[in-house]
Write a protein that binds this ligand. Structure first.
Ligand SMILES: Nc1ncnc2c1ncn2[C@@H]1O[C@H](COP(=O)(O)OP(=O)(O)O)[C@@H](O)[C@H]1O
Ligand SMILES: [Mg+2]
Length: 285
């Protein structure tokens, strides 16, 4: 499930950036470290100076009012902002297991294989079957045999808590599923390439409460094996799924900054910053 050391080595430049493993080398799993990250759209700065440690095999939630740079920030964690339009400059460092994912020798496609992403709106490939959606990413990086495909489809749909619902319609179109099923299909597709980290940008915002509860339960199960970063505008959701929570806020200059990050219970019950206290109490945003 986790990448081998040589896969990691292939991702990175020869001389890794030296940094402390945040919670001790005895902990398995993959961790990330963000150092002084700033982001611009053209001349306009959207995010400034974020420093953050993402713990391995845990869920980290990013909360904050609309426009504070949550999506901009999370897209920088796997260089997704480089896909498509929107001229963008990034400064600072993003490390996966101590290795800079922005190092010149690093292939951004490989970065996104190690650090997968699930978006706000479920986006299965509509012309592909349920099964082919699961292995779509895998087919880009390898040439799996029929039995490898079958094994991956079942294992990933099972991990995404979708197998029982779709096992009799694996050849139906991915678009024929309900919204919540489509989002779990997208999670299965992300898992099929064996990522180290899973990024989710408001994965439930297009879903009804029942589908949302299923995804939340799934996140709680997945964080036993994966490192997860989830953007959510829903503070209850952060409290239900996240071990740590980071609060972002844009000041009057409209530049988003990390105000504070803490274990989730502590951030909501005893925030250190009065802006966090006001936000979690619902006084703005
Ligand atoms: N493609 C873009 N071009 C220019 N500005 C953008 C673009 N995407 C986002 N922004 C701006 O960056 C800021 C942060 O946006 P975003 O990261 O989407 O915030 P959030 O996800 O917290 O709502 C906003 O002011 C937004 O208008
Ligand atoms: Mg957003």
């Amino acid at each position: 499930m986790t990448a081998t050391h040589s896969q990691i080595e292939a991702l990175v430049r020869p001389e890794p950036v030296r940094h402390h493993v945040p919670h001790g080398p005895e902990l398995p799993g993959h961790w990330m470290q963000v150092i002084n990250l700033s982001v611009w759209y053209g001349a306009r700065q959207a995010v400034e100076g974020v420093n953050m440690t993402v713990r391995p095999k845990a869920a980290t939630a990013i909360i904050g009012p609309s426009g504070c740079g949550k999506s901009t920030f999370i897209r920088c964690l796997n260089r997704m902002h480089e896909v498509g339009a929107g001229v963008n400059r990034v400064s600072g460092q993003v490390l996966l297991d101590g290795h800079d994912i922005y190092a010149p020798s690093v292939d951004p496609v490989k970065v996104r294989r190690h650090i997968g992403m699930v978006f706000q709106r479920p986006n299965p490939f509509p012309s592909m079957s349920v099964a082919e959606n699961v292995v779509a990413g895998l087919r880009l990086v390898s040439n799996p045999t029929k039995s490898q495909v079958d094994e991956t489809v079942e294992r990933c749909l099972d991990q995404a808590a979708l197998w029982d619902e779709v096992k009799d319609k694996l050849s139906a179109s991915g678009a024929s599923l309900s919204g919540g099923q489509q989002q779990r299909l997208c999670i299965a597709r992300a898992l099929a390439v064996s990522p180290d980290v899973l990024l989710m940008d408001e994965p439930c915002s297009a879903l009804d409460p029942i589908a949302t509860a299923k995804i939340e339960q799934l996140i709680i199960e997945l964080k036993r094996d994966y490192t997860i970063v989830i953007v959510t505008h829903n503070m209850q959701q952060a409290q239900r799924v996240a071990d740590e929570t980071a609060f972002f806020l844009a000041a009057e200059d409209r530049i988003g900054r990390l105000v504070e990050m803490a274990p989730t219970g502590q951030l909501f019950a005893h925030p250190a910053d009065e802006r966090t206290a006001a936000y979690v109490a619902g006084r703005f945003g």
